[in-house]
Design a protein. Structure first.
Length: 292
C-alpha cells in the first residue's frame, strides 16, 4: 500500500501518493526536453514569497509528435523540504468554470517536496490518484523540471496553469502568476492569443501626406480567472506595410508609424501586417485601410 502524505493546496489538505524520488541535481535534461525549440516564457516578481520558495519564472515547451510537455520552474528555495513544497496546478481545458472551482478550475496538480512528489486528478467531486507513467521530475532548489505527456492530462492541447509554493510554518505563499493563471497552447508554443485589439492614430484612418500609427492595445487569451480589469498588452510588436504594391517603411516603436505619401496615395489600399509577441507566442494580424 503506497505511503500517503498530505500537502495543503489552496488552504485544503489533500492526500498524495508518494510516487517516486526526486533527483538532487538536474539530470537527464536532454532526455526530458522536447524537440520543439520555442517555449512559452512566463515571469513572476522576485522577493514576494516570505519564507516560502520564491518563484521567478516558468517556461513550458512541448513536442507535438510525442505529446510530452515540460515545465521548468525557476527561483530560490524551491521544494527544499517537506515544510517548503512546490505545486503545479493545471486547468487542462483552459476553463476556470470547470474542475476544482476553488483553485482556478484545476483538473490536475503536482505536489513536490525535497524527496517525493504526488500527482492527482479532479474527478468531479474530489482529488484522486491518477496515472503517472510518463511523469519525470528532476531538479534542485533553484530549478525544478516537470515532464508529463498530454495523454495523462486529458489529451490537452491548450491549458491554464499556476505554479505556487508554501511554507507550512507561518503559511506564507508565492503564486505565479499573482492573479489568475498562465495559458499555454501546444500549437502556439506559448499562450493562445485569440485576438488582438488595435488602435490607430488618427482613428479615422490613413490620409495622404500625413502620418498614420497602428498600436496593438489589448490581447485576448482564454479565460484565466484574472480579477484585474486592465488589458493584457503585447511585450513587443512590429509592423510591415504596403501601399498598393509598394513597400512602405515605418518608424517609431515596431516601425508602426507610417508616413503616407502625399502624391498618388489617395484611394489606394494600405495593407499593414502587425505581429505581436507575448510570453513566447506570436500572432500575425492583417489589417487593410483605404487612404483618404
Amino acid at each position: 500500500m503506497p505511503t500517503k502524505i498530505r500537502f495543503p493546496h489552496c488552504g485544503a489538505g489533500r492526500a498524495l501518493k508518494r510516487a517516486g524520488p526526486l533527483a538532487a541535481v538536474l539530470t537527464a535534461m536532454l532526455a526530458l526536453a522536447p524537440a520543439a525549440s520555442a517555449a512559452g516564457t512566463y515571469t513572476d516578481p522576485a522577493g514576494d514569497s516570505g519564507a516560502a520558495g520564491d518563484i521567478t519564472g516558468v517556461s513550458v515547451s512541448s513536442d507535438k509528435q510525442s505529446g510530452q510537455i515540460v515545465f521548468r520552474i525557476t527561483g530560490t528555495n524551491l521544494a527544499s523540504s517537506t515544510l517548503n513544497p512546490l505545486f503545479l496546478s493545471i486547468d487542462s481545458d483552459a476553463n476556470p468554470a470547470t474542475g476544482d472551482l476553488t483553485d482556478h478550475g484545476t483538473d490536475y496538480w503536482f505536489g513536490i517536496d525535497n524527496d517525493s512528489y504526488g500527482f492527482q486528478h479532479w474527478d468531479g467531486s474530489g482529488w484522486v490518484d491518477t496515472s503517472y507513467s510518463t511523469v519525470q521530475i528532476n531538479g534542485g532548489t533553484q530549478e525544478m523540471t516537470i515532464s508529463v505527456n498530454r495523454s495523462e492530462l486529458g489529451n490537452t492541447s491548450s491549458f491554464n496553469f499556476v505554479a505556487s509554493t508554501l511554507f507550512w510554518l507561518g503559511m506564507t505563499r508565492d503564486w505565479a502568476p499573482n492573479d489568475g493563471a498562465f495559458n499555454y497552447s501546444i500549437d502556439a508554443n506559448g499562450p493562445n492569443i485569440l485576438s488582438v485589439s488595435v488602435q490607430t492614430t488618427p482613428s479615422s484612418g490613413p490620409k495622404a501626406g500625413k502620418r498614420f500609427t497602428v498600436l496593438p492595445s489589448a490581447l485576448q487569451l482564454p479565460p484565466d480567472g484574472r480579477k484585474a480589469t486592465t488589458p493584457l498588452v503585447p511585450e513587443s510588436y512590429s509592423c510591415k506595410a504596403k501601399l498598393g504594391t509598394r513597400a512602405l517603411n515605418g518608424s517609431g516603436i515596431g516601425a508602426c508609424t507610417l508616413s503616407i505619401p502625399k502624391a498618388k496615395a489617395k484611394g489606394k489600399r494600405l495593407a499593414v501586417q502587425v505581429t505581436v509577441n507575448y510570453e513566447g507566442a506570436s500572432k500575425v494580424v492583417p489589417l487593410t485601410f483605404k487612404v483618404r
